[in-house]
Design a protein around this ligand. Structure first.
Ligand code: ATP
Length: 456
């Protein structure tokens, strides 16, 4: 792992963003918990996505569907047969690997046909041992629903959120009187029994997706694929990821998932890992609604009253991982600078988390210069006028330089210092995280001042 990646992993723990799950029991592999600051950051990522994808558009509505779905959904979707990764075991050390990943490392395009594996003569990267033949490994988690353990009650944890959208297509279209094109968006947990999870929250077995399905007339494919490709890339840049760390990658035909006729990844340059998938834009054709029509018997055709055409809508999907996005925002924002917090600093380097202001976990810190009355009281009164709108933090311990440093580290865009003059002139000092500029603002105007700085 790259030094920066490692630094961010330990920083995320130290400052309360992300912890290993069940750590006191030795941890559960590839499962993570979002701490007090992490939950705020991830909620802001989800909120920023929802705002751009649903709230600020007339053509997209939201949904929150159940994680458990009728088992037939997964037959229809093709996941029972096709949602597999090529698995190989090392005969010597018994370690499991994804065949396609091992091939990629050797610069060979993945071939998914069992039997082709030996031709490439790969050895176990850990111990050099001989490998077994490739087997298809289904990534869906199974569980039982109901008290009686029998085949009929077998149920899956959803491996993607979008199926909940497809099976509600008719409900939503009719209830909301929607005409094509329109989209349905959903944020929720998904589960995949990944063969090789890893790289912190990049690949886990439980994760959260932010997915949007845009139902269209197939003749408009190109137009809407381009529209969503553009919208998704802009979103990452608008919320602070540097342009040079993002790129598109078109999938080749032999890489396409079973449902896709075209797929484009947005990749992020994860330090130490290189460019890897962050999000996807997929043309799913009429695969999903045709299959659900066929398996459920419901007529999922759309009748266009203007052209009198009847057809199965095609789908342009945007699929983003809330956790992978949170990781990318954290990595991109993490910066180390020369000491900027004054003489009392014992550090040569200081961390500044340059998160977009709307994503920052804490928006405003309130720092009284003294722990005593009447400054403490005034500072607490000011905090109470701000916390109805934003996450705030009150900090009265340590020198002001130390307190600024603590806030810079967690990305707090504004620090409000309450000093003795504040009692007289009814003003406070507002310090900007990035420019370190300080402005004297009337306490009565503080909320309005901050309102102009944030979008939510
Ligand atoms: P990968 O090639 O990395 O396995 P994928 O192509 O299977 O990803 P999709 O099925 O397109 O991924 O899922 C959409 C998004 O969901 C991904 O772009 C990623 O952000 C997120 N995602 C998928 N799998 C995981 C995972 N195991 N852990 C965290 N996020 C994930």
């Amino acid at each position: 792992m790259d030094n920066k990646f490692e630094k961010v992993v330990s920083f995320a723990k130290r400052r309360g963003f992300i912890f290993q799950s069940s750590e006191i029991y030795g941890g559960l592999s590839s499962c993570y918990d979002y701490g007090p600051l992490g939950v705020e950051l991830k909620n802001n990522v989800k909120r920023a996505w929802w705002k751009k994808t649903v709230q600020e558009r007339n053509d997209v509505v939201g949904l929150d569907s159940a994680i458990f779905m009728h088992p037939k959904v997964w037959e229809a979707s093709g996941h029972i047969v096709g949602f597999t990764d090529p698995l190989v075991d090392c005969k010597k050390c018994k370690k499991r690997w994804r065949a396609d990943n091992l091939l990629e490392v050797k610069g060979i395009k993945p071939i998914f046909q069992p039997g082709d594996w030996q031709k490439n003569d790969l050895k176990c990267p850990e111990c050099g041992g001989e490998m077994t033949d490739v087997r298809k490994f289904n990534l869906m988690f199974k569980t039982q629903m109901g008290a009686v353990e029998e085949e009929a009650s077998m149920i899956y944890l959803r491996p993607e959120t979008c199926q909940g959208i497809y099976v509600n297509f008719l409900n939503i279209q009719q209830a909301m009187r929607k005409k094509l094109p329109f989209g349905v968006a959903q944020i929720g947990k998904a589960f995949r029994n990944e063969i090789t999870p890893g790289n912190f929250i990049f690949r886990t077995r439980e994760f959260e997706q932010m997915e949007q399905q845009y139902f269209i007339n197939p003749k408009d494919k190109k137009k809407y694929f381009d529209m969503w490709q553009d919208a998704r890339m802009k979103w990452y840049q608008e919320f602070g990821i540097k342009k040079e760390n993002l790129r598109f990658r078109e999938h080749e035909k032999n890489e396409l998932a079973h449902y896709a006729t075209r797929a484009l990844d947005i990749e992020y340059n994860y330090p130490g890992l290189g460019f890897k998938e962050l999000a996807g834009v997929h043309d799913r054709g009429d695969w999903d609604l045709s299959r659900h029509s066929q398996f459920s018997g419901a007529d999922l055709q759309y009748f266009d009253p203007e052209t009198n055409e009847k057809f199965i809508p095609n789908i342009i999907e945007t699929s983003d991982g809330a956790d992978r996005a949170t990781l990318a925002f954290l990595l991109d924002a993490y910066d180390e600078v020369e000491t900027r917090s004054g003489e009392d600093s014992k550090h040569e380097k200081e961390i500044v988390l340059r998160l977009h202001k709307d994503l920052a976990p804490i928006k405003v810190a309130i720092l009284p210069l003294s722990k005593k009355e009447p400054l403490q009281k005034l500072a607490q009164e000011i905090q109470a006028t701000l916390w109805e709108k934003w996450m705030t933090q009150y900090d009265e311990t340590g020198s002001i330089g130390k307190r600024y440093r603590r806030q810079d580290e967690i990305g707090t865009p504004y620090c409000v210092t309450v000093d003795f003059e504040s009692l007289e002139d009814k003003k406070v000092t507002v310090r900007d995280r990035d420019t370190m500029e300080q402005e004297r603002i009337e306490i009565s105007q503080l909320k309005n001042y901050l309102l102009s700085k944030f979008n939510f």
